[in-house]
Design a protein around this ligand. Structure first.
Ligand SMILES: *[C@@H]1O[C@H](CO)[C@@H](O)[C@H](O)[C@H]1NC(C)=O
Ligand SMILES: *[C@@H]1O[C@H](CO)[C@@H](O)[C@H](O)[C@H]1NC(C)=O
Ligand SMILES: *[C@@H]1O[C@H](CO)[C@@H](O)[C@H](O)[C@H]1NC(C)=O
Ligand SMILES: *[C@@H]1O[C@H](CO)[C@@H](O)[C@H](O)[C@H]1NC(C)=O
Ligand SMILES: *[C@@H]1O[C@H](CO)[C@@H](O)[C@H](O)[C@H]1NC(C)=O
Ligand SMILES: *[C@@H]1O[C@H](CO)[C@@H](O)[C@H](O)[C@H]1NC(C)=O
Ligand SMILES: *[C@@H]1O[C@H](CO)[C@@H](O)[C@H](O)[C@H]1NC(C)=O
Ligand SMILES: *[C@@H]1O[C@H](CO)[C@@H](O)[C@H](O)[C@H]1NC(C)=O
Ligand SMILES: *[C@@H]1O[C@H](CO)[C@@H](O)[C@H](O)[C@H]1NC(C)=O
Ligand SMILES: *[C@@H]1O[C@H](CO)[C@@H](O)[C@H](O)[C@H]1NC(C)=O
Ligand SMILES: *[C@@H]1O[C@H](CO)[C@@H](O)[C@H](O)[C@H]1NC(C)=O
Ligand SMILES: *[C@@H]1O[C@H](CO)[C@@H](O)[C@H](O)[C@H]1NC(C)=O
Ligand SMILES: [Cu+2]
Length: 606
């Protein structure tokens, strides 16, 4: 009904652009990851999900067929319907590159922009690939992100986007090699992996009251193994900071903090007998495949889009004896920075050019946990497609605990990444919101704002359809075409870095620091501590971690322009924190609230 009319409307509306059809069939099945069989979500029969490759400007129709015995949704991380190509906008407020209406009903968040996709139903997402670069799609219902529903997205930049490679070298041959490497870029999906399903983890959190903060393996493109250290090895690897927190006790046999530490769990009651094996301890080695990356040294460079689909741990990535030129972050060019290791928070993307100028051979790619509660690692291989001349093991830049293994190791300093071309936020904002991250009555429950966002709210009527569908202390409202500061205060130590993701358009990371943010605005804070702010050329991201809070509270300020009216979630990208309520609804542009098309309001977008 109304299908033909819709088709005609779509045809006229989108006739000028290429439409790319992509469909995924989701199934729930036993599958072996890291050598261990468990139930996971397969996307078109595979894990990780297949990649989606687009050209900037393409229209995307992404159909989801849900054959899982539960409700699902799919989110396109970092995608922003409205934000246009920015390369010609170098002035203040340059993010205003907008020519197109948004599609906030395709954001994939249940209770926010759509109803859940029930078992044996389908849903059609439609959006325009306005931005270039590395993104990914992933589950956005309950904890299903940790059941393996994710896959990479790469959007080839149009030729009119200015590339930053001439900042690396003036040698035109090499610039051409870099452009070719970028054209042939490959996603490298990095993640952590648990041996329990997301619903098992959630049930145990509810029954025991504990925050489940340990993983079982790290994966590169879904490949990896469960390896176990002996207790002696674990004790000798335990860092001074971990020892200080542990006192006389040790990390468990999965090299993780035990569940019964007030420092890690807060001061709440717990029922430890409800825990399941492998959650905090119980290591059984198990072999899975290893990722081999074949490279052609004649190409001079290889480009990789490091994309974190980790649900829990920050990941530190490096390639033995090789440099990496970081040239884009979260799908947006930066002034290239030469580094040896990158600390990658959950959901961020780092695009790197790797110079292939070493002796032909095999070089170990190392990835380790960058989160303080666990020591965990995996390896892959960078293999030169040439006669192997390296008859020795390659030398690491980083240690198993994420420290420097050489005196010369350079880590990316993310807070100093400068957008390319230059772009600045507005110097003043129209509104400031103060949001507190803290525990909420239990180790596994959290706030981001005044209250905890109950997981069951995902089943409620979408806010996009009904602005009053959820309690008002769980949301903030903004007006369109205003600038907003979000001041995020991390309340009590000890807390890890919380990678905060704001849906819809990207934000500027204007400031961060330790202590309590005691000013009434950023303008006031800048007067008092100018060194903690950058309003000139701050990083632009879609996910930004709060500073780790070990010795006291910390804070983060992000600034964004409201350009895309709709109901968007902001949340921690540590999955169990999001499930535990570290989330807030942002009703962006309430004064220009969109009319939801009837095929989305009443149906599934077809
Ligand atoms: C996975 O295997 C277990 C044990 O054989 C079985 O009980 C379960 O039903 C299987 N799950 C699926 C989704 O097939
Ligand atoms: C799936 O969604 C439907 C509709 O919102 C709801 O009635 C049902 O309880 C959900 N199922 C589960 C297992 O949560
Ligand atoms: C430019 O780089 C290429 C290798 O990529 C090298 O062969 C050539 O000599 C360089 N040219 C100059 C002018 O340095
Ligand atoms: C740790 O062990 C030392 C020596 O065995 C003992 O003196 C101390 O009281 C212990 N500390 C704690 C916190 O148990
Ligand atoms: C934690 O549990 C272990 C094992 O049951 C026990 O030996 C230890 O004393 C406990 N530690 C704390 C801080 O309660
Ligand atoms: C603790 O958990 C166990 C296992 O789930 C359960 O049998 C027991 O009743 C729980 N104890 C309390 C006090 O809730
Ligand atoms: C390889 O290239 C990097 C980055 O351009 C440079 O720093 C390094 O010195 C080169 N190494 C060799 C062996 O040429
Ligand atoms: C290098 O790696 C490739 C791919 O894993 C392997 O086939 C080859 O045996 C390795 N060569 C050496 C010398 O280790
Ligand atoms: C982790 O590091 C250890 C020590 O280098 C190594 O033996 C093990 O194979 C690594 N684990 C994986 C999964 O690569
Ligand atoms: C790591 O870096 C520190 C500070 O630069 C240096 O003192 C130390 O020697 C380095 N570690 C190694 C193993 O080289
Ligand atoms: C919107 O949600 C509120 C709160 O659940 C409810 O009372 C109201 O009836 C809803 N409005 C519509 C039009 O569904
Ligand atoms: C919202 O504001 C942006 C930025 O000024 C503007 O481009 C856009 O057209 C506005 N949207 C609506 C629906 O008015
Ligand atoms: Cu968090």
């Amino acid at each position: 009904m109304g299908r033909l009319l819709l088709l005609l409307l779509c045809f006229t509306e989108w006739a000028s652009a290429v439409t790319v059809y992509f469909s995924v069939h989701l199934t729930w099945a036993n599958y072996t990851v890291a050598g261990v069989r468990r139930e996971i979500i397969l996307t078109n029969g595979q894990y990780p999900g297949p990649g989606l490759r687009l050209n900037q400007g393409d229209d995307v129709t992404f159909d989801v067929y849900n054959s899982c015995p539960f409700n699902v949704t799919v989110h396109f991380h970092g995608r922003d319907d409205v934000l246009g190509p920015c390369s010609t906008n170098t002035k203040i407020g340059g993010l205003l590159g907008i020519e197109q209406i948004g599609t906030p009903w395709s954001d994939g968040v249940p209770g926010m922009s759509q109803r859940v996709i029930q078992a044996n139903r389908a849903f059609r997402y439609r959006w325009t690939a306005k931005q270039y670069g590395a993104y990914f799609y992933h589950a956005h219902h309950r904890g299903q992100f940790e059941d393996g529903l994710y896959g990479p997205i790469y959007i080839t930049p149009s030729s009119s986007e200015a590339r930053p490679f001439s900042l690396i070298t003036s040698n035109n041959t090499q610039i051409q090699a870099m452009l070719t490497a970028e054209k042939n870029t490959s996603p490298l999906l990095i993640s952590d992996w648990r041996l329990l399903t997301s619903e098992q983890i959630w049930s145990v959190e509810e029954a025991s009251g504990v925050d489940s903060y340990c993983a079982n393996a790290l994966l590169i493109n879904g490949k990896g193994s469960v390896t176990c250290f002996s207790q002696d090895e674990i004790n000798s690897l335990t860092t001074p900071n971990q020892k200080a927190a542990l006192g006389n006790e040790s990390l468990t046999d999965i090299a993780c903090f035990p569940p019964n530490f007030t420092a890690a769990q807060g001061d709440f009651s717990h029922n430890y007998s409800a825990l399941l094996p492998t959650m905090f301890s119980g290591c059984t080695p198990s072999r899975g495949p290893q990722q081999i990356i074949n490279v052609d040294p004649n190409a001079q460079y290889v480009s990789l889009d490091l994309t974190s689909a980790a649900g829990l741990l920050h990941l530190i990535f490096s390639i033995d004896e090789h440099d990496m030129w970081v040239y884009a972050i979260d799908g947006r060019y930066v002034e290239p920075v030469q580094v040896n290791a990158i600390n990658i928070p959950n959901a961020n993307r780092y695009s790197v050019l790797v110079p292939l100028n070493q002796t032909a051979g095999n070089y170990t790619i190392r990835m380790v946990s960058g989160s303080p509660q666990q020591i965990l690692n995996t390896t892959a291989v960078l293999h030169y497609r040439a006669r192997n001349q390296l008859n020795r093991a390659s030398n690491p830049w980083i240690t198993l605990t994420g420290g420097n293994a050489t005196a010369n190791t350079i880590f990316l300093n993310d807070s100093q990444a400068v957008p390319y071309p230059a772009i600045a936020p507005a110097p003043n904002v129209d509104a400031t919101y103060f949001l507190t991250i803290g525990r909420y009555g239990a180790s596994y429950r959290w706030t981001l704002g005044n209250s905890s966002f109950d997981l069951e709210l995902e089943e409620s009527q979408p806010l996009l359809f009904n602005e009053t569908a959820i309690p008002s202390d769980l949301l903030i409202r903004t007006n369109n075409n205003t600038w907003v500061d979000l001041v995020i205060q991390v309340d009590q130590p000890v807390q890890p870095a919380h990678p905060i993701h704001k849906h819809s358009n990207k934000h500027f990371v204007v400031g961060q620091g330790s202590g309590t943010f005691s000013w009434s605005s950023v303008a006031e804070a800048v007067q008092s501590i100018p060194g903690s702010f950058n309003l000139i050329n701050p990083p632009i991201k879609d996910t930004t971690p709060t500073p780790v809070a070990v010795f006291g509270p910390t804070w983060l300020v992000i600034r964004y322009q409201v350009v895309n009216p709709g109901a968007f979630l902001m949340h921690c990208h540590i999955q169990v924190h999001q499930s535990g309520g570290m989330a807030l609804a942002i009703l962006d542009g309430v004064d220009e609230w969109p009319n939801v098309p009837s095929n989305y309001l009443n149906d599934s977008g077809f």
